[in-house]
Design a protein around this ligand. Sequence first.
Ligand SMILES: [Zn+2]
Ligand SMILES: [Zn+2]
Length: 220
Amino acid sequence: MMQIFTHLCWICSGELRSETIICKTCLMKVLPDSKTCSLCGESVDRCFKCTVYPPPWLRFCWIYKYNDHFKPVVNQFKQYGNLGLLNCLTEQLLEQLSLLDIDVVTFVPSSPFTWLRNGYSPAKKIASRIAKRLKIPAIPLLKRRIFSQKKNVSLQARVNTRWFTLSDNKRVYSEVSGKSILLVDDIAVSNSSLEECGKLLGKYSKTLFVATIAKKQKED
Ligand SMILES: [Zn+2]
Ligand SMILES: [Zn+2]
């Protein structure tokens, strides 16, 4: 096991027994319940929203609820750059992904702010590790669009803004056409980035899956 791990829970600092990073008591607070929509990640028995407006993917894999209990764990890799912990979380995500048929891994591009703060992109790190473990390529298929700083942009304009674009259309087409793609991000809050990127990739891919370490549910 990785050296950096103490035998203490990353949430409550209590002693760990057989668990890897989060103790049994804390797990109860951060694991999704059994009735969770496999498409959007909300805690619902039958998801009306996904029946009427299905997202562009077939399955959404995630491990922990992004709530106040889990935020200190996220801060460890988002603010303090704890790569060992991020790798450990990615290994847990891989347990779900090994059941899926995936050809290519890609990721939601981080904002320049995230790059500057961390010196790395968590989403890219997760994608690279998944690709390595599944012995498939990790390809940066998407990029962020650059906007000039405009003041007084209305909320509606922000909602309608397209933040992402395909990194290079020809390359994307040849690399992913007819293939099964996994789109990765570190955290999903509203799913809006995943949806925007998913729609771009969905035009080319045969099948699309998405995966994040944590997902914010509406009631959290
Ligand atoms: Zn704990
Ligand atoms: Zn749903």
